[in-house]
Ligand binder design. Sequence first.
Ligand SMILES: [Zn+2]
Length: 235
Amino acid sequence: MNIEKILEYQNLDTQIKKLEEALENNADQKAMNSLKKVVQETKNISASLEKEAEKTITEFNKMQKNYNDAKGALDRLEKSQENDYTERQCAECVKQLNNIAGFLASLEKVMRQTAEKVNSILSEYETAKQNYETAKNKHAAHKQNLEKLKVKVEPELKKLQADLAKLEGGLDEKFLKKYKNKRQDRIFPVVVQLRGNACGGCGMELPSAQIEKLKKDGFLECENERCHRIIYFKN
Ligand SMILES: [Zn+2]
């Protein structure tokens, strides 16, 4: 591995990273990220409310059917009283009438409660929808600002990226793959100098045998499992 070439590559990449971070840490981008969360949360609320409203409406319809069935039965019983009945049959009819009347009264109560629930769900849903719309509009405004910034930064970024791609040709493929993975995992810089007897990235002390190897080969991979940076040695 040619450490000079690698460092040249990393230095150029550091400039790219700075521009990328400037875009990422931009106030509009941050606002967009938090709005994205609001939009997603609101969407989730809307979805669950919609589901609940559907469920309640189904319940309500089922109850209404029960109510109608009971009312039909009551009407039939009332009509049947016009005929001649024995005393025992009449008593049975009265009992049924009372049963149905009681049932209807409690059913009416439940139906009223259900209707109230549906109304409150619908109004919650309406609020969530409005929040969603507000967040969406704000998001669009921030996005526009960010687009303007990108137009300014992107030509420079593209140029640097093209220069970086040219440098890739002179580097070891396996190293590049590792480098890119580390960069993606936000472990940067990937290639660090030996600092005293420690990794210049994570600060882990290296055993003397490793230091010897590093001095002989010029580079070494840090053994800290959360680091694995390339450590290089320079006289
Ligand atoms: Zn390390």
